[in-house]
Design a protein around this ligand. Structure first.
Ligand code: AP5
Ligand code: ZN
Length: 215
């Protein structure tokens, strides 16, 4: 299956992506994760991406698109993939469409995770990520008493772009640039909305139900 997860920052794309991709045995391709890995690795790409990410702005399309094209060309993505965080605007969606059509493997479905702004701010303010295995936690909702990962024991950290003013700016960028994707994919006839409020497992169940016809 070839699918895309869209939704505002903090909608739970990364959280759901880890479960959905593992249920479907397809790779999870997160542009945010790839950028963050480059930032920690100190690569040229990381240095460039960091200057945009810290402000909550989008990394330029040509950089992001080239990175995704390379990743989708890898062996493990030939039989399906889950894209998390890409596309992020209509030009990226158009390039992706053209690229997948040329390869004869168009998208099957786009899941839109629906959640309101207040919940987003609450989720991002309490988010912690494992520096070792990449798992995503929440201080309040996962009742985290220490800063260690319950899965692997790794050290948890808070993302630089989760400061409240940066989160507000990311929400504006989402409204201006990413929300128009909803209409783009609705016109393509492949958009399905998923209520992304409630317990994580419940949302995964809703998402898997929506994906059933494509399995
Ligand atoms: P990216 O990493 O993609 O960030 P984002 O889209 O802002 O999304 P987030 O990762 O913040 O949130 P999420 O929806 O994954 O939520 P999560 O599951 O963590 O992008 C970062 C930056 O990279 C961008 O700003 C940009 O600069 C750059 N970039 C990336 N892609 C790009 C592109 N295509 N083009 C250009 N630039 C790009 O959940 C959030 C928290 O809520 C967690 O703590 C989690 O535990 C908790 N939670 C999740 N679900 C629930 C639930 N049901 N109930 C309670 N808590 C929950
Ligand atoms: Zn971990």
């Amino acid at each position: 299956m070839r699918l895309v997860l869209v939704g505002p920052p903090g909608a739970g794309k990364g959280t759901q992506a880890q479960y959905i991709a593992s249920n479907l045995s397809i790779p999870k391709i997160s542009t945010g994760d790839i950028f963050r890995a480059n930032v920690s690795g100190g690569t040229e790409l990381g240095k460039l991406a960091k200057s945009y990410m810290d402000k909550g702005d989008l990394v330029p399309d040509e950089v992001t698109v080239a990175m995704v094209r390379d990743r989708l060309s890898e062996d493990d993505a030939q039989d399906g993939f889950l894209l998390d965080g890409f596309p992020r605007n209509v030009p990226q969606a158009e390039v992706l469409k053209k690229m997948l059509e040329e390869w004869g493997r168009p998208l099957d479905i786009v899941l839109n995770l629906i959640v309101d702004d207040e919940e987003v701010v609450r989720r991002l303010a309490g988010r912690r990520t494992c520096s070792q295995c990449g798992r995503i936690w929440h201080v309040e909702f996962d009742d985290k008493k220490d800063d260690k990962c319950d899965a692997c024991g790794g050290q948890l950290f808070q993302r630089d772009d989760d400061k409240e003013e940066t989160v507000r700016h990311r929400l504006e960028v989402y409204q201006e640039q990413t929300a128009p994707l909803i209409e783009f994919y609705a016109d393509e006839g492949i958009l399905v909305g998923v209520d992304a409020t409630g317990p994580v497992e419940e949302i995964t169940r809703r998402a898997m139900d929506a994906l059933r016809p494509f399995q």
